[in-house]
Write a protein that binds this ligand. Sequence first.
Ligand code: V47
Ligand code: SF4
Length: 366
Amino acid sequence: MLDTRVGGDLAEIREKVIAGERLSFEDGIRLFESNEVTRIGQLANLVRERINGNRAYFIHNYRLYPTNICVYKCRFCAFRVSKGDERGYEIPAQRVVRELEGVDLTGVTEFHIVGGIHPDWGFEEYLNFIRAVHEAYPHIHIKAWTGVEIDHFTHLTGESVEWVLERMREAGLGSLPGGGAEIFNWETRRKICRTKCTGERWLEIHETAHNLGMKTNATMLYGHIETPEDKVDHMLRLREVQDRTGGFMTFIPLAFHPENTRLKHIPISTGANDLKHIAISRLMLDNIPHIKAYWVTETVEVAQVALSYGADDLDGTIVVDEEIIDAAGGRHVQGAMTKERFADMIREAGRDPFERDTLYNVVRAY
Ligand code: V47
Ligand code: SF4
């Protein structure tokens, strides 16, 4: 039963949520200004159970990072290095398949490919990377390149977003991950990642992908210099696109990890703050079917609790270490999580574990 004592500003929001009414910008701000995390969580859980019942999803996936050399210098990023830096690495198409031969990919249903924007690689290098992986593993879905990379490819080729996405799809690309969204509002975006594509461009790229029949995800990076207004604006812009296309599968709020970044003076987010972001995401994004509590950034412990605060998905086994979060001081990055561990942690949190593929088809119910 829902706690009926929700008071003050949240009472009106509670009525709306129970009636299934859409929340406004002002409602979003009120939620961010409130510290009634448990009450916000209860409302989010109501919506979560309406949409996803008692299910909690995970995926058996494998990460590939073709390079950490990047022309951009996002202030929140500890992963990138400049060309010439001894920590830099490059795994071109010719090498990736050779390296994968030594990996046990039994049961893996997704490659999640993400990396830097290399100053010397042309569009063909990126295309060949997808082609090589797809030809070697045609049964494994490739989720690759953020909107930021797609934007970069349009500059490299002088072609349209449609053209780039079609070439990538012919090579084997299945969907786009949610990265690069950060915070759309330019006033904040320009202070954290001014040189990469704008929020408007990122949204345009995802909408174009949806119109071509390609599904995508969306993220939001929080816990740095953003304001509540930035976050509500970010969510509402996604909600508007989703009303038109229905192409977003999952929303992933990503907690900023400050270590080794140029924003290292900012304290790391807390468990309560992470749960609040998950819950508000579930409440505001009434038209995106899944909310992911990304265990790598949230920690396994918080991710378990998040399954009762709006989240219904925990991302994946990942198999290799999460390099982006690891570089920024990730606390509980232990590399591979087995399927059994996932199933156990979901069961312990009172939910029913479901292994899924990228497009949320059920691979196995536990
Ligand atoms: O866009 C970079 C974030 C994102 C840091 O689609 C950081 O299923 C925290 O997109 N602290 C890339 N976050 C990762 C990404 C992603 C992750 C999980 C699932 C999916 C999906 C996509 O990583 C970047 C940026 O927002 N990031 N540095 C940092 N220091
Ligand atoms: Fe490059 Fe991505 Fe890091 Fe920005 S977040 S510096 S685009 S690797």
